[in-house]
Design a binder for this molecule. Sequence first.
Ligand SMILES: [Zn+2]
Length: 307
Amino acid sequence: MFDIEQIDAGRGIVQYRREHLTGLRCRISPERIKRGIGQYYSLAPPSGECPFCPDRVREETPVFEDGTRIEIGESITFPNLYPFAECHTVTVISRDHDVERFSVRQLSDALLGQIESLKRHGGYASINWNYLPSAGASIAHPHLQGISDRSPSTLAECYLAGSYRYRARRGTIYQDDLLAHEMDAGRYLFGDEIPWIASAVPLGEREVRGLLPIRILEEAESYTDCIAEGMREIIEIFRDTGSMAFNASIFFEKPGCDSGFRAFCSLIARINPNPWSTSDSAFMERLQLEPVILTLPEAFAAYCRRR
Ligand SMILES: [Zn+2]
């Protein structure tokens, strides 16, 4: 399922990894973690001008065509004011601007708000999260972003097309075979209904994937608690390993299609907010599309299982 080639780069090893299904590649250089970059964590205090705080969110955010927002528990969902998709919605997760520890209820309600807002569109949907400015959040107040389009995003397309080819060739579902393979590969973390595994070819630092036993967005409605439990656990593990910031995406197939694809949730740890704007995305990640990763997935999985 994966190629792993290792060289001795003089000062430590470098692994070149490739996923057969998609052709996606990355490099892993464990030595580079010794640089200790991004361990410093500082965040500007809330300015009191946050449009997602409770006293302003209903004044300053748009409404759907029917004049409403979707409110589930603490969460509140509305259209993105500056969309980059046919359907682009925002879900403010919490009343609090700074959240010490997300509850399963908070995350599950926010996921339900996203599903409700996206299923009206009926396209290729994903639910996404940039947490903290260094992970791309322009507003620090925790919020999810859902997008849905007639065509899938580039990465979703890789997995949709790959899963289709895989089933046509072998007659089996790629994600079923992946799970069977990963249970003994030293990358399984936890979870039964939704197994969470360290990604063999990580697209970002300490990438974890939750393999969902569903295809489309609507089916996720009955799994939001389970997804939220897993996400919360991964966020806690990231924090234990010194990373406050992260990105998350949950990918779905379009209703009415059946390519052999199964939905999955991906989380990656990101560099912490820092006063020098030091980035964890450079020419390899942005222009050569081949991320340089510092943590071996097997070492990360071993850490998680010990924890
Ligand atoms: Zn706020």
